[in-house]
Design a protein around this ligand. Structure first.
Ligand SMILES: [Zn+2]
Length: 240
């Protein structure tokens, strides 16, 4: 009994010693390791320097997150304006039946007229005509960039603030029969051939910019006075 318990004690001591030994070994190894790298790392490892770096890292992350958030909120604001029913009705009547799709194509990023034409399967001349009219409203604008070969590339983008203002103006105007016509304009232009499909009526300025001929078929525009234009709209409305 006695020897057994002694043995057990010894065993414990041995164990303890062995453990101590292992700990010492590890400590020594760690010491060697630290010594080996101390020269290299000591300047970087100071706590204040580490905190500084970590804070810079956090700052960058936060900056990027807020940039991403701003971009997403920008896209969702543009998207809300583009899907505004009054806007879509207005531009479908005054710019062209696919003008809403053109704006939709520009919600996320700027694009060239060729890109838009390809995406929507619309003739590039039609796309250009509609972009020019909407540029006249200031709701789209273009920017010029150089591509990798040095060519100038015109990319169209939505002007978010102008678009919001434009939608705001449309919503402010009470529902009148001539609410879709600019009040200062008395001469309006349509292409008789394309109107039934495109429902495009141009105010004087836009017609002037297109040299008074249709961007789709090349025919000269027909001129309408305000009453005729309103009558045409009412026709269109009852057709719907
Ligand atoms: Zn035409």
């Amino acid at each position: 009994m006695q020897s057994k318990s002694k043995k057990r004690v010894l065993k414990g001591k041995e164990h303890k010693r062995a453990g101590k030994h292992a700990n010492n070994k590890a400590r020594l190894a760690a010491g060697r390791h630290l010594k080996k790298h101390a020269a290299k790392k000591s300047s970087h490892r100071s706590p204040s320097r580490t905190r500084e770096k970590y804070n810079a890292f956090l700052g960058k992350q936060r900056e990027e997150a807020s940039r991403r958030e701003e971009m997403l909120s920008n896209i969702s604001k543009i998207s809300n304006s583009v899907e505004n029913k009054m806007l879509l009705k207005y531009i479908s009547t005054n710019v062209g039946s696919r003008s809403g799709d053109i704006l939709r194509a520009l919600i996320k990023e700027p694009k060239t007229d060729d890109d838009i034409a390809n995406i929507l399967s619309v003739k590039v001349n039609d796309v250009r005509r509609m972009l020019n009219v909407m540029n006249g409203y200031s709701i789209v604008k273009y920017e010029v960039n150089k591509d990798s070969k040095g060519w100038l590339v015109f990319k169209w983008r939505i002007d978010r603030e102008r678009l919001e203002d434009f939608v705001g103006e449309l919503e402010k105007v009470p529902l009148q029969e001539d609410r879709q016509l600019p009040s200062e304009c008395n001469d309006f232009f349509i292409c008789k051939k394309c109107y039934p499909e495109q429902k495009t009526v141009l105010p004087f300025d836009s017609a002037y910019e297109s040299d008074f001929s249709c961007g789709s078929c090349g025919k000269p525009y027909a001129m309408l006075n305000k009453e005729e234009t309103i009558a045409l709209f009412n026709e269109t409305v009852t057709e719907d």
